[in-house]
Design a protein around this ligand. Structure first.
Ligand code: GRG
Length: 304
């Protein structure tokens, strides 16, 4: 990305999110490693502290601030969303799913440990996400009703109608070609739902009004799909070093992707269109779109 003002804003937000989340999840992984103990505890700690780009956390932070939130305690809520994402990666990499050896530039959890430990670590992280959310809400002094709304949003997005359902459809799609509308359903579930939830939780944590929440929801829907389209393009065009995971896996697994259905240029154009559309929802809802717009631009032009 050329270093525009928006590019610099996205870079700063991602850096801030990375520092806050890596510190918080680092502390939790140490404590949980001891609490759970043994090889499962070690595998869980490894999975929780592997560093990611923290895009979901940065979106949540930007959404929170866009509607007036200002407490550093928001990091706890962002860490809960990053934990849902982290456990999904552990399971996604297992031999029974994508069977990958490398993730975030390191051996996948089942490679660093073994399949049973990685499988258990993934499941053990589900309630950890809930604990992080509860602690984060307490730090922000949010009411039980607000916590309940956030938990419903996050775990609905992480469930059968979101991430888990999308993953099932994605696995089935290895055996047959998908139409574009079916592919959109997979992408919106597997990847988009948790990204949308990150945007909505940022708004909920700041107790945003219904109109603003609707704007953040629509922004999250579009940018969540754009994120996975950009991921499809990167899988086809990036290197394993850039991605921190094996490149070209979609083609190897014969997956239906935007690149297969629309070509690389067509996929890029669609991701850029969705990023513009995402920002237009914020503008219509009267939500300041500077930081979220910068992240939207980053999401569709990133190289990793
Ligand atoms: C364990 C209950 C349970 C459920 C798991 C396996 C699964 C269900 C879901 C898989 C969902 C999945 C892996 C979607 C792909 C999302 C995606 C594009 C990941 C890459 O995100 P980045 O680029 O990764 O943000 P980093 O490493 O930067 O965080």
């Amino acid at each position: 990305m050329a270093e525009t003002a928006a590019g610099a804003k996205a870079t700063d937000l991602l850096l801030e999110a990375r520092e806050a989340i890596d510190t918080l999840l680092g502390d939790w992984s140490e404590r949980l490693g001891v609490e759970i103990g043994g090889r499962d505890g070690q595998a869980l700690a490894y999975a929780l502290r592997t560093p990611g780009k923290r895009v979901r956390a940065a979106l949540l932070l930007a959404a929170y601030r866009s509607v007036g939130g200002h407490s550093p305690g928001i990091a706890g809520i962002a860490a809960a969303v990053e934990t849902v994402h982290a456990y999904s990666l552990v399971h996604d990499d297992l031999p029974c799913m994508d069977d990958d050896d490398l993730r975030r530039g390191r051996p996948t959890t089942h490679r660093a440990f073994d399949v049973p430990s990685a499988t258990r670590a993934g499941y053990l992280l589900v309630p950890v996400a809930a604990r992080l959310l509860a602690v984060g809400a307490a730090e922000l002094d949010l009411s039980p009703a607000s916590l309940s709304r956030m938990a419903t949003e996050l775990f609905h997005a992480g469930g059968a109608e979101g991430m888990v359902g999308g993953q099932w459809l994605d696995l089935e799609a290895e055996r047959h070609a998908l139409s574009l509308s079916e592919l959109i359903g997979v992408h919106r579930g597997k990847t988009g739902a948790v990204i949308r939830a990150a945007c909505v939780l940022g708004g909920m944590a700041a107790e945003a009004e219904a109109d603003a929440l609707a704007g953040l929801t629509a922004f999250g829907e579009d940018i969540g799909l754009a994120f996975q389209i950009a991921d499809d393009v990167l899988d086809a065009t990036g290197t394993s070093e850039e991605l921190g995971k094996p490149a070209g896996r979609d083609a190897e697994l014969k997956k239906s992707t935007y690149v297969v259905l629309c070509g690389i240029d067509g996929a890029r154009r669609e991701a850029e269109r969705l990023a513009r559309s995402a920002v237009s929802h914020l503008d219509r809802a009267g939500v300041p779109s500077g930081a979220l717009g910068a992240l939207a631009g980053y999401i569709v032009t990133r190289s990793s």
